[in-house]
Write a protein that binds this ligand. Sequence first.
Ligand code: AMP
Ligand code: ZN
Length: 476
Amino acid sequence: MKIYNSLSRQIEEIVPIKEGQVGMYTCGPTVYSTVTIGNWRTYVLADWLVRALQYLGLEVSYVMNITDVGHLTGDNLGDADTGEDRLEKAAKRERKTAWQVAQAYTDEFLEGFAELNLSKPMVFCKATDHIREQIELIKRIEEKGFAYRISDGVYFDVKAFEAAGSKYGELSNLTEIKEGARVEVNPEKRDKRDFALWKFSPKNEKRDMEWESPWGVGFPGWHIECSAMGMKYLGEQFDIHVGGEDLRSTHHPNEIAQSEASTGKGPFVKYWVHGAFLLVDGGRMGKSLGNAYGLNDLRGKDFGAMDLKYFYLSGHYRKQLNFTWEALKAASEARDRLVRMLSGYKKGSERTNLREDKLKKINDYREKFLHAIGDDLNMPEALAVVWEVVKSNVADYDKYDLILEFDEVLGLDLRKSVEGLSEEQAPEELTKMLEKRNRLREEKKWEEADAVREKIEKQGWKVEDDGEESRLVRRR
Ligand code: AMP
Ligand code: ZN
């Protein structure tokens, strides 16, 4: 399969370092608040990629980290070495310890992860569980002459790295960030691009999270965790690294520099995959704007995690996608329709002996689907193939099998939804009300019909009209 590699800026065929096996790492959440539908878009991208590779018969060793220390607020302004630690800040806000904050949001994240039916990594690694590995890595970088110490911490020396013949910031797409932050540069730094490997705890302040180190008590810089844990679980060089597009300018170039400086080998990672951001109502999503929605906000409006996942399928991962409640509703309706069609296929048909021409047709759809996912994960096109199958004259049973096979990549857990649907028969009383409402409509008594529908909806069910037919669907 082919994927756009941000490093080469080209669409490339994925050729794993070890034949048949792929090592893949995704930058996970910073657990200081609820994971947003923007973050989830990036994790769903990683999920599609894992599933697509597995569908193609590759074995995937998948790792995702959980950032629970060291990600400072200055990151928003272009300098991740300044500002407050997000975890410590949240702890003050919530009157808890940073450890409690991390635990609560990690639990919430893992619940959402399961709800979205995302491929489970072989390990979710926490930064705070790998302090020793991070210290060891910084020691190696220092021994090789690529680190120096100033009053607030130990920094990576970009100029020394370049002087040794390496390139810094190849991945970056923002020259202004490459050249320096938008905030005032720490005058002790040798170069504007240098970044913290280890930060000292502020004097006269006891942090919740701090550790002894050869340089002094403190905590790791944000970038070092991903190098240390990526190399620990996947080796000094591995295949794929995924993250949101914001990480392309500094976090990922810094990961590359640290890793390659310590091992003397390159490339640290062969393919860098970046997902474009999710917008909300055409603009930026932000906590201060009140639109940084999480799965809970969706639930409050009767939408489930799978509706969101179906919505993500509507856009290519390298294009920004605009979230609106209307678009989510449209996605939810389309998904419901698909589940109902599948449920009908399951009930209504028997497996047939496929004639040559039918078999060829099924294989053509399979080829088309494979082509879509292999073409830089073109999920909107892959979804279109699903609907082509629905509309085709392929036998129902085979439609069912084929679409469930495609779902191995889409990850919508369609089988579960179909099973859930057949279990959910509306109570007789409501069925009678629906019949009454339909009669009233036939008599063109619209207002009375609507009043009955509203009564039905108050009982937790929804009336859905599909041409001549109408049915009751449980509201989530
Ligand atoms: P953070 O919790 O800020 O460390 O971000 C976790 C992941 O979510 C990173 O890969 C980010 O690039 C990604 N991310 C953050 N905001 C968005 C967004 N609006 N759309 C898509 N991905 C995002
Ligand atoms: Zn990372």
